[in-house]
Design a protein around this ligand. Structure first.
Ligand SMILES: Cc1ncc(COP(=O)(O)O)c(C=O)c1O
Length: 418
């Protein structure tokens, strides 16, 4: 709708009313984490955050790669020019070798969110049905809400996805366009989808014709000794892999990639070219040097070497927090999936504790925070009220001790009882 604007009265709110598109004007109805509007208490040590630990970021590798790039004027000049929408060739070839696919199927993106958004744009019309794990990573709804999909929640229990219920719905005629899943170190639960469930899902996708969008944002972050089954087969025409360098090399790089089935390559590449043309070439060139693409040796062990340090660090922090909670509240907290990644999905066993009240106290009196489990669930479940997601990556051991002490104080405060 276009209204005539009176130039004498161009207040910001009148401009917004008169000029914003329907999408620009639409209120954000996506599910967030219910953060409080107030600022945290001074000196607060929140147990939040989905970013890598500052201690795990590969500062020296990035510095060496950038120095190598900037020492070569010709290479530097070419990184400052426009480039191909799919990404620079050596990096795409390195990714393709790692993924066991043709480089033509690789598209370098500005991180996992961007990859997801491109795939959703390419596949979804308004009202299309999509299957979403329940609980799931709620920030995907920021993008999904633009497509106004119909959500089909797929329960995720301690043993994984409830594929029987999905199969029953498919047999009953439900026809989803896609299924969104976080297969490894699931955010928030930490679950690693068992191999048999992955195989069954691919078989269902191929039978009923829906796309599995596998968001593997925590790829490479298995705790030492934890086995991860083979990924959804990239040989299937119904599997899209979404990956990112964010969690190992740093989210500020804004770099990730998609592995697409061949029929999706042209539409997704076209959408991407029309949007921002390509990812930053200097960033791609730095990551190319860190991982050791082309005939260069990787720097500091490359992606896997750098991930190795993160894996040990996060496993130690996970174990420290589990031990502290157990010591402070014996039998009062359980943690099902010690697998990898940077979160701890805790169940508070004492049903007399009102977690929302405890979280409010944690924020306003004790100076810590954690995300309430209910923000991750689509449907009410017996489980959602007793859960907290703790971020374990960004505090060192002393910080984690302090944060857990404060959280325990909030959980055990008389005002937190129902
Ligand atoms: C499951 C999941 N997907 C995607 C992302 C976003 O990744 P990126 O920073 O690469 O966009 C995150 C980050 O927290 C995540 O947890």
């Amino acid at each position: 709708m276009t209204t005539t604007l009176d130039p004498a009265r161009l207040t910001p709110s009148r401009l917004a009313d008169g000029l914003l598109s329907a999408l620009g004007a639409r209120e954000d109805r996506s599910r967030g984490f219910g953060r409080s509007a107030g600022s945290p208490l001074p000196g607060a040590v929140p147990l939040l955050g989905g970013a890598p630990s500052p201690d795990a970021l590969p500062l020296e590798a990035i510095r060496l790669a950038a120095a190598h790039l900037t020492a070569d004027p010709q290479a530097l000049v070419s990184t400052l020019q426009y480039s191909a929408p799919s990404g620079i060739t050596p990096l795409r070839e390195w990714i393709a070798r790692r993924e066991g696919v043709d480089p033509a199927r690789v598209l370098v993106t500005n991180g996992a969110f961007h990859g997801l958004s491109l795939v959703f744009d390419a596949l979804l019309d308004r009202g299309d049905r999509i299957v979403v794990e329940d609980p799931t990573y709620p920030l995907i709804f920021r993008d999904l809400q633009h497509h106004e999909p119909e959500l089909l929640p797929l329960p995720l229990g301690p043993d994984g996805l409830d594929i029987d219920s999905l199969e029953a719905r498919l047999e009953d005629g439900a026809r989803p366009k896609l299924l969104y899943t976080v297969p490894d170190f699931h955010n928030p639960t930490g679950l690693v989808t068992p191999a048999a469930q992955r195989e069954r899902l691919v078989a269902l996708a191929e039978h009923y014709g829906f796309v599995i969008v596998s968001d593997n944002a925590y790829d490479g972050l298995a705790f030492p000794g934890v086995d991860v089954p083979a990924d959804y087969s990239p040989d299937s025409d119904l599997v899209v892999h979404v990956r990112t360098f964010s969690k190992i090399l740093g989210p500020g790089l804004r770099l990730g990639y998609l592995v697409l089935p061949t029929w999706l390559v042209a539409p997704v590449t076209r959408l991407r070219a029309n949007q921002d043309q390509h990812s930053s070439v200097p960033v791609q060139a730095i990551v190319e040097r860190v991982v050791g693409a082309g005939d260069r040796p990787p720097i500091q062990g490359g992606l896997d070497g750098i991930a190795e340090r993160s894996r040990t660090l996060y496993a130690d922090r996970f174990d420290l927090v589990t031990g502290l909670l157990d010591a402070a509240l014996p039998g009062g907290v359980s943690v099902e999936h010690r697998t990898g990644g940077i979160f701890l999905w805790a169940r508070i066993e004492d049903e007399g504790i009102d977690l929302a009240a405890a979280q409010h106290l944690a924020r306003t009196r004790f100076g810590t925070d954690a995300v309430l489990g209910r923000f991750f669930f689509l449907e009410d479940s017996a489980d959602d009220r007793g859960r907290l997601r703790l971020g374990i990556s960004h505090l060192d051991a002393d910080g984690l001790r302090d944060g857990v002490d404060r959280l325990v104080a909030a959980l055990t405060a008389p005002e937190a009882r129902r």
